[in-house]
Write a protein that binds this ligand. Structure first.
Ligand code: NAI
Length: 332
């Protein structure tokens, strides 16, 4: 079966890592028709808008997109492209798995999945001036909270995970985070097969640095999820190694979470692994788990044995050498 997906190669190192990823997927034998479209700064320069209508229409049509990193335009008045896409397609769930790689990760034994609510909390961007400064609105609704909490339990069940931890600050934000926590406590009763507990965000940060191996699936409102997912990326090797997916009902966008790395763009030394592992989440979503697992195993081997690694991973190889190494080890 051939899959149709929308491809945004992105800015800076985006085209280099996208080329690497599409070559590796091709080598697994999975057939994908990539429909290339533009968003972000390049679209702004060309069409005067960050997200052209034709790009939105393409996502509507093909339902799945793979997105490279985007450069954020300098200047005021631009709403984040990522935030706009999440809202346009109601991609309410941001899923960020992170696990340790031998020889690379600072911590071994980490195998965590952060499930972050993606549509509300402080990220609705409602700020307004007050007499002596600015006030920002933190919105927590019952609907969005229930949806993400259920998603986390369903994810745990579908992926053989045993524990879901709710992250909050309900001791201070008694109404907003209090609502999130009380919904978590009632929904957990529907999943007696999955353990559930909760942690206050500050304690959670300490726990994750001291005992990351004790946790499994984490569910959080937008802001805590954003922060904690980068903390966890740091435990396992940084943003160059962690994948991410934004998932809604029937539409999903898979993306690298690092930026466009303008300092190394065009030098053939960008590390494609974050975008590659995001594409593995996409392959899982498309029902191509065998190919996805082949790629994951190859990545593990190449990292363990330090074959052709790029400079950010401590090697002296290139995007080309790491791509070749991953392709050569697909059947290892
Ligand atoms: P960045 O993530 O692009 O780079 C930070 C450092 O990490 C740089 O030294 C870079 O060379 C390195 N790096 C990042 N990805 C790498 C990779 N795959 N391989 C090897 N090295 C890598 O963050 P920075 O410099 O703050 O932002 C650059 C641009 O990217 C900005 O316009 C920023 O707004 C945008 N950005 C976009 C994101 C997205 O689209 N999801 C996320 C973060 C930043």
């Amino acid at each position: 079966m051939t899959h149709d997906i929308v491809l945004f190669e992105g800015d800076g190192i985006g085209p280099e890592i996208t080329k690497s990823v599409t070559e590796i997927i091709k080598a697994t034998g999975v057939e994908i028709n990539y429909h290339p479209y533009t968003i972000g700064v390049r679209a702004l320069e060309k069409d005067g808008v960050l997200i052209p209508q034709e790009s939105l229409d393409a996502i509507k049509k093909y339902k799945v997109a793979l997105k490279g990193p985007l450069t954020t335009p300098i200047g005021k008045g631009f709403k984040s492209v990522n935030v706009q896409l999440r809202l346009a397609f109601n991609l309410y769930s941001n899923v960020r798995p992170a696990s340790s790689f031998a020889n690379i990760s600072r911590y071994q034994g980490v195998d965590l999945v952060t499930i972050r609510e993606n549509t509300e909390d402080l990220y609705i961007g409602e700020e307004h001036p007050i007499e002596d400064g600015v006030e920002a609105i933190k919105r927590i609704t019952k609907k969005a909270s229930e949806r993400i909490i259920r998603y986390a339990f369903e994810y745990a069940r579908a992926n053989g995970r045993h524990l879901v931890t709710c992250i909050h600050k309900a001791n201070i934000l008694k109404q907003s985070d209090g609502l999130f926590l009380s919904l978590f406590n009632s929904i957990k009763e529907e999943y007696p097969d999955i353990e559930a507990n909760d942690k206050i965000i500050d304690n959670m940060c300490m726990q994750l640095v001291m005992y990351p191996e004790k946790y499994d699936v984490l569910v959080a409102p937008n802001l805590y999820g954003d922060i904690i997912s980068d903390l966890i990326a740091g435990l396992t090797g940084g943003l160059g190694l962690v994948p991410a997916a934004n998932i809604g009902d029937g539409v999903a966008i898979f993306e690298a979470v690092h930026g466009s790395a303008p300092d190394i763009a065009g030098k053939n030394i960008a590390n494609p692994i974050a975008m590659l592992l995001s594409s593995c989440m996409m392959l899982d979503y498309l029902g191509e788990q065998t190919a996805a697992n082949k790629i994951r195993n190859s990545v593990k081997k190449v990292l363990n044995e330090k074959i052709g690694l790029t400079p950010d991973l401590g090697g002296n190889g290139s995007t080309t050498s790491i791509t070749e190494a991953i392709i050569n080890n697909l059947d290892a």
